[in-house]
Design a protein around this ligand. Structure first.
Ligand code: NAD
Length: 289
């Protein structure tokens, strides 16, 4: 069992740290929020006074923070005090460029580091079924396996440093476009007099099938657990989709890529997020009616 520093004990990091404690690891945690600290303490995390205290004797350092800037600031603070030989894992969703910068800074201090963003949301974090997309060397990936396992349903090594974040932004750009396309189809069906259940039955057995309809169906009825049945309570909040599309658009720009549908989806979600950030992102259907 390892001693793990866990920095960022929020909606995702809190339950992830809990699963590490339950697996028998010793977890030294820190967060800026008193509520997050109290919840983590109740889950068996040894809460300490700051990041430096958390990393002092840790074999593994996990960060689960809101932004690239937060991770950069955190690494600047902790790298000089991290134990020789420790493995650093950043599971925050940040830009590919920031992930590569952070990896290089860790290497400059002599540390192996991986980017390991996740999908699966708060439910997946709680259940220990997150999908981890990992960027880093083969050695670092292998070293991380045992630590990721109690938090993971699936762990995929995507390539060198930054590849985990690259996979995450590509996946979420697809997801955004699909959720809009499925919303458009259900609104068109309504206007054509086609029952939502009939369209659902056809799409889910045909070539248009995808997670945005079979699990996250944006109209009430066909999938009783989808957010559309519960006033669009997330789920995956529009604010987070908007953040991820911002990262995708930064990657499109920095690589000179062409992504007309992704760009349009990013514009639609940026507008929608202004008033509806707390709703599930499938609520974008409301703007299409
Ligand atoms: P959150 O805001 O609930 O948690 C982030 C926590 O980090 C907060 O509690 C904050 O106080 C803490 N924090 C900020 N700076 C800190 C520092 N220097 N030291 C210690 N703690 C610090 O956010 P979240 O929903 O847990 O998301 C965390 C990351 O996971 C984000 O990058 C997000 O994009 C990503 N993510 C979230 C979801 C989701 O469904 N919520 C899904 C996949 C990925």
């Amino acid at each position: 069992m390892s001693t793990i520093a866990f920095l960022g004990l929020g909606n995702m990091g809190g339950p992830m740290a809990k699963n590490l404690v339950n697996a028998g690891h010793t977890v030294h945690g820190f967060d800026l929020s008193a509520a997050a600290i109290a919840a983590a303490e109740a889950n068996g995390v040894n809460v300490v006074a700051g990041g430096i205290e958390a990393v002092a004797d840790a074999d593994v350092v996990i960060t689960m923070l809101p932004s690239g800037k937060a991770v950069l600031d955190c690494y600047a603070q902790i790298l000089p005090g991290t134990k020789t030989g420790a493995l650093l894992i950043d599971s925050s969703t940040i830009s590919v460029d920031d992930a590569r910068t952070i990896n290089q800074q860790a290497a400059d201090h002599g540390f192996a580091q991986i980017d390991a963003p996740v999908s699966g949301g708060i439910k997946g974090a709680d259940a220990g079924t997150l999908a981890f997309m990992v960027g880093g060397t083969d050695e670092a990936f292998l070293a991380a396996q045992g630590v990721l396992e109690p938090m993971a349903g699936k762990v995929i090594h995507c390539g060198a440093a930054g590849s985990g974040q690259a996979a995450k932004v590509c996946n979420n750009m697809v997801l955004a476009v699909q959720q809009i396309a499925i919303g458009e189809a259900f609104v068109l069906a309504e206007k054509l007099g086609l029952e939502a259940q009939a369209l659902f039955d056809v799409i889910t057995g045909a070539t248009g099938n995808c997670w945005s309809v079979h699990t996250n169906c944006p109209v009430p009825g066909p999938v009783p657990t989808s957010p559309a049945n519960n006033e669009f309570k997330p789920g995956f909040a529009t604010a987070l989709m908007n953040k991820d599309l911002g990262l995708a658009m930064a990657a499109v720009e920095s690589t000179g890529s062409t992504a007309p549908l992704g760009e349009h989806a990013a514009t639609l979600y940026a507008d929608f997020a202004q008033e509806n950030g707390a709703k599930d992102f499938s609520a974008i259907i409301e703007t299409l009616r």
